[in-house]
Design a protein around this ligand. Structure first.
Ligand SMILES: [Zn+2]
Length: 458
């Protein structure tokens, strides 16, 4: 059999590197991975070539059968395929009469299988057959689904502030891989869970984790989940690589439609936006343009809040790690396209930096990072509690008035948001512009987004 040499250029946080690989002309199965999410089981097969396949389910007991035409070899060691805590209990292979490869997976229950073939990309330089198994007759229980509806929350009057924490990457998509093969997906899930625990313990807050284990969620799906959970804030946590291994420190980003705040921000956003290709989303899932335009319009309203909470967190992170940039960065991160939720992407450090990768892998540093993010965001919400929340009620005055609420008699703090003018603020809080000016020593009408001012008692 004639071998062909495939040259793959890997331009992934490293100088250009040429790797020679020998690929057989037959379609062999070079690898198998099984990922379990709360909603489905994903089987991924690395194929040396795209291939004809046939999939069906047998019952008594339930089995998934995949036939690959031709005479492909099954190369992975079967006992090395990780099946723990998945829907699959056993895997065996065999040959059909025509020499087709047959793979049989024993299952815990009945499923609907869906398959697609993904083209090669920078991380996976071969074709991948992806088979998603959706369990039948099983009510899917989303983990930590916190709340009911917005109306309920407001009626409840002392509702929790819901923080959606999004651990980047997962499953097929390892994110950046750093020193000693430390994977971004594992580090950020640990930080996300630690942050969730802190919020769980804090009165007035409720965390919602978009990802709870090692599986991939499409970028669009992450903010959709946050919306469904009625989140007040969306935080996507990362620890990426940069082409320069010296790069270090943490940074905070918000969405920008008008271009990136720096070359680095643009580079990071481009890399993040490739996650769907790596993670295994078929290219058919394209957004419709009208919906996107509407999304972009409503998003400008949340931009000010995103920046303000970003600044508050950045200030806190400054205490434990040298900041990569002193300002909140901006770029077109797809994962931040949430229509009405302030959204941030936090780079907790650069896993491409050996020193930082080592630190990020330790539990103590992950704790510190989670704690500073926690402090930054709770400080923001102390200043800007959402209406009807427990935090607003505790602060008094800003919440919806109830017999329990304490009217304010002393000045209140206020952080300037995008679109604010002094007269708007004055009108909204039933105070005079002159009083605001006097209290804050403001001589003209000039205010800045993120600026903290005091409001006179109304
Ligand atoms: Zn990332």
């Amino acid at each position: 059999m004639k071998n062909i040499i495939v040259k793959i250029i890997i331009k992934y946080g490293l100088p250009l590197l040429l790797v020679g690989l020998t690929v057989k002309a037959t379609a062999d199965v070079d690898g198998v991975r099984v990922w379990q999410s709360p909603t489905n089981t994903r089987l991924v097969f690395d194929l040396s070539q795209p291939h004809q396949h046939k999939i069906f389910i047998l019952d008594k007991p339930y089995r998934l059968v995949i036939d690959l035409a031709g005479s492909p070899q099954f190369k992975p060691a079967i006992n090395k395929v990780e099946l723990d805590s998945t829907l699959v209990t056993n895997l065996r292979t065999g040959r059909q009469k025509n020499n087709d490869l047959r793979m049989v997976f024993s299952l815990r229950g009945d499923v609907d299988p869906k398959s697609s073939i993904l083209p090669p990309n920078k991380i996976y330089p071969y074709h991948r057959l992806v088979v998603d198994l959706y369990e039948k007759d099983i009510a899917v229980i989303e983990p930590a689904k916190a709340v009911t509806t917005v109306a309920d929350k407001i009626a409840h009057n002392k509702r929790d502030i819901i923080v959606a924490i999004d651990a980047g990457h997962g499953g097929e998509d390892p994110g950046a891989v750093g020193y000693r093969r430390t994977k971004e997906k594992h580090v950020v899930l640990k930080i996300a869970k630690k942050l969730a625990r802190l919020l769980e313990a804090e009165p007035g807050y409720k965390p919602y984790l978009t990802r709870t284990g090692d599986y991939y969620i499409p970028l669009r799906e992450r903010t959709r989940k946050a919306r469904d959970a009625n989140a007040d804030l969306f935080i996507s946590i990362h620890a990426d690589a940069f082409s320069n291994s010296q790069a270090h420190g943490s940074s905070v980003f918000v969405l920008s439609e008008r271009g990136a705040s720096s070359e680095e921000a643009r580079y990071l956003a481009e890399k993040e936006n490739e996650a769907d290709l790596v993670g295994g989303v078929s290219l058919g899932d394209k957004d419709d343009h009208v919906a996107m335009t509407l999304l972009d319009l409503s998003m400008t309203a949340t931009r000010g809040s995103s920046l303000a909470v970003g600044k508050s967190i950045l200030k806190r992170m400054d205490k434990i790690s040298r900041l990569h940039k002193k300002h909140v960065g901006e770029a077109a991160f797809m994962v931040l396209k949430a229509p009405d939720i302030p959204a941030l992407l936090i780079e907790t450090g650069f896993i491409s930096n050996p020193g930082e990768a080592k630190k990020l892998a330790t539990s103590s540093y992950q704790n510190k990072m989670a704690r500073e993010i926690f402090k930054g965001l709770t400080e923001y919400f102390d200043d800007e509690p959402p209406e009807g929340s427990y935090v607003a009620w505790k602060k008094g005055g800003s919440g919806i008035a109830t017999s329990n609420s304490i009217p304010t008699r002393s000045p209140r703090n206020y952080t300037i948001r995008r679109g604010d003018t002094l007269s708007h603020i004055a009108k909204r809080h039933k105070v005079s512009v002159a009083d605001i000016r006097r209290l804050n020593g403001i001589k003209n009408n000039r205010i800045q987004v993120g600026q903290k001012i005091k409001l006179p008692a109304s």
